[in-house]
Design a protein around this ligand. Structure first.
Ligand code: V0D
Length: 253
């Protein structure tokens, strides 16, 4: 017979969710929203939230490595973000260098490869140099692909694909009859990446904000009110658990 001690019971039930290692999403994409709000709630400047969010990026990468996720795509800077106050934009565009200065050795140890999608050439020189260095250093790693969407916008990505396709047709490198979904995908920044299995957006907003419009056609979406700086491992695990539940349900039909 078991005796219960209700007074000793923790009020908050400890989450003990089990994850199926064989049923992980291969590619997870995240819109890391709520950094500015997190800071403002604490009476801190918005940039303090971005800095805290950067640390959470590192923790999230570690969790992804642990779960053997193949690709993690993070929406770090959208083409719309240029409209923010210049001081905030300047601060954000220095974060890659700071991040890599602190964490590149750890990323190397974890066999992480860094890549980017977006208009890389539209970034300031100092940002490009820091990120290019990390790409070069990690190019032979074959663990997690850590894919930063930097100066990324999905509609522009699609328009650029169309322009490139048109050019290839004019130069007789491609015939319009050959154009299908697979071929079109190859003209996007994400060519040779498989589409995301799971999209996460933090901070309560439930929209795509010009992120991976083509690539998310069949992706599971998961939204949380948690602000990005509070996106701890347990929250990520909740998302992965929910993903696995949905997959199981479909599998049953
Ligand atoms: C600010 C929350 C890491 C979102 C995370 C330039 C907004 C912190 C990087 C990073 C940003 C990018 C490339 C790279 C290594 C690190 C980063 C930006 C913003 C935009 F190779 N965090 N982070 N980049 N934030």
């Amino acid at each position: 017979m078991s005796i219960k001690f209700p007074f000793f019971k923790k009020r908050k039930k400890k989450r003990n969710i089990s994850l199926d290692r064989d049923n992980m999403p291969r590619h997870v994409a995240i819109i890391m929203d709520g950094n500015g709000r997190w800071a403002q709630q604490r009476g801190l400047p918005r940039v303090a939230g971005h800095k805290e969010g950067m640390k959470v990026v590192k923790d999230t990468v570690k969790t992804a490595v642990k779960h053997n996720i193949k690709i993690l795509t993070l929406y770090t800077f959208s083409t719309e973000n240029w409209r923010r106050p210049k001081s905030e934009v300047d601060y954000i565009l220095r974060l890659p260098k700071e991040f890599l200065h602190t964490y590149l050795p750890e990323l190397m140890e974890n066999n992480v490869r860094i890549e980017t999608i977006g208009d890389f050439n539209g970034l300031p020189k100092h940002t490009k140099e820091a990120v290019q260095y990390a790409k070069d250093q990690t190019k032979n790693n074959n663990g997690l692909l850590l894919n930063f969407a930097l100066n990324y916008g999905s509609r522009l990505e699609i328009i650029n694909a169309i322009k490139q396709i048109n050019q290839d047709i004019n130069q007789a490198k491609l015939s319009i009859e050959a154009l299908d979904e697979t071929l079109f995908s190859n003209y996007l920044y994400t060519n040779n990446l498989l589409d995301p299995d799971l999209l996460i957006r933090t901070s309560g907003e439930q929209r795509l904000s010009n992120f991976l419009l083509w690539q998310l056609a069949y992706t599971e979406f998961w939204f949380t009110d948690v602000l990005w700086p509070d996106f701890k491992e347990e929250v990520f695990n909740d998302a992965l658990h929910e993903y696995q539940q949905r997959k199981r349900r479909y599998g049953g039909i």
